[in-house]
Design a binder for this molecule. Structure first.
Ligand SMILES: [Zn+2]
Length: 328
């Protein structure tokens, strides 16, 4: 009889195994495991619905506190005044910047930068874009409508090419640093594969993961920190499970996928606020209610995942005990 600690996947880790006269008990952050008098393993499953609900409330509180902060409002006001570039111009900006070895973040014309208290540094070469030139003409019902005449070339500059007054900090998702449990990672990958998707690690532009329904593949960006990689696989697992429908809008899918990853990790005792909160704020445009609704819609998916994971953990733990009920 006695107690010792065992290393287990995150929500059991560190767990304490106590060997008693009737067998052994594993107690830890998560569920309890004991064997009954006949030597069978008896498991009391935790109430995942309750636990997920608590994590959901924590998420909404975290979002609320950021959205109501002065810094966020200042950034929103700033962002509202930024020019909106077309998909084609965004591509032009990115490809030219990349050729010159930088990633653009905030891009405006020379004069627009001056109105924000910054000026383009001497010798900087601008990025070329195409802007439509329109003129006003009277519509058939007498109203004035803009009519496209032609496109002209214009020059814009990235913030890194300018200097001057500081601008409000954009709220950017930060990679989750730190180690991840290998069993959890393997389990998540296996869950994606069970849906008939192949999982690859490769080069991705501007995102950490991608779910393709046409060739049923999930690509995860190579070189992510281990914990970020687990979160990304969970995010893509949620897409692969719930979003193969034409009627789903991108922001809705992103809110559901990221809140799924957040809720699963949160219930396992792993914090992903640094990445998930800015990501959810960006896709919800700061509408906490939209995130709350999304996180409620994914509850069943999250709870079912946790149940399967829990079974997976216990199959593994069970396999490590010998039939006499002694710890191997
Ligand atoms: Zn996504």
């Amino acid at each position: 009889m006695g107690s010792f600690r065992v290393e287990r996947p995150h929500f059991l880790c560190p767990a304490t195994v106590t060997v008693t006269s009737y067998g052994f008990v594993v107690s830890g952050v998560g569920p309890k495991l004991c064997n009954d008098q006949r030597g069978r393993i008896a498991v009391a499953e935790p109430d995942f619905k309750l636990q997920v609900g608590a994590v959901q409330r924590r998420l909404i509180e975290a979002l609320d506190s950021v959205v109501s902060s002065g810094g966020y409002r200042e950034f929103l006001e700033f962002a509202a005044k930024l020019p909106n570039y077309s998909a084609r111009n965004t591509l032009l900006i990115f490809s030219q910047a990349r050729e010159r070895g930088f990633t653009p973040s905030i891009v405006m014309g020379y004069r627009a930068w001056l109105t924000r208290g910054r000026h383009v540094k001497r010798g900087e070469r601008g990025l070329r874009i195409c802007v439509p030139v329109t003129s006003k003409s009277s519509g058939s019902l007498g109203q004035v409508e803009p009519v496209l005449r032609y496109f002209k070339s214009a020059t814009v500059f990235d913030i890194s090419q300018t200097e001057g007054e500081a601008i409000p900090e954009p709220l950017l998702p930060c990679f989750l640093e730190g180690e991840a449990d290998q069993f959890l990672f393997d389990f998540c990958v296996a869950e994606v594969e069970k849906l008939g998707f192949s999982v690859h690690f490769g080069e991705l532009e501007g995102c950490n993961g991608q779910t393709n329904f046409t060739d049923r593949s999930v690509v995860v960006a190579r070189g992510l920190p281990p914990l970020q990689k687990v979160k990304t696989v969970l995010h893509e697992l949620a897409h692969a499970t719930m979003h193969n429908r034409a009627d789903i809008e991108v922001p809705t899918a992103e809110l559901e996928a990221e809140s799924s990853a957040y809720l699963i990790l949160g219930t396992l005792g792993i914090q992903s606020e640094d990445f998930s909160v800015p990501y959810l704020i960006r896709w919800s445009k700061g509408e906490t209610k939209d995130v709350e609704d999304a996180s409620l819609r994914v509850s069943d998916f999250v709870v079912n995942f946790l149940r399967r994971y829990y079974d997976g953990v216990f199959n593994r733990v069970g396999a490590e005990f010998n039939p006499e009920g002694k710890v191997a």
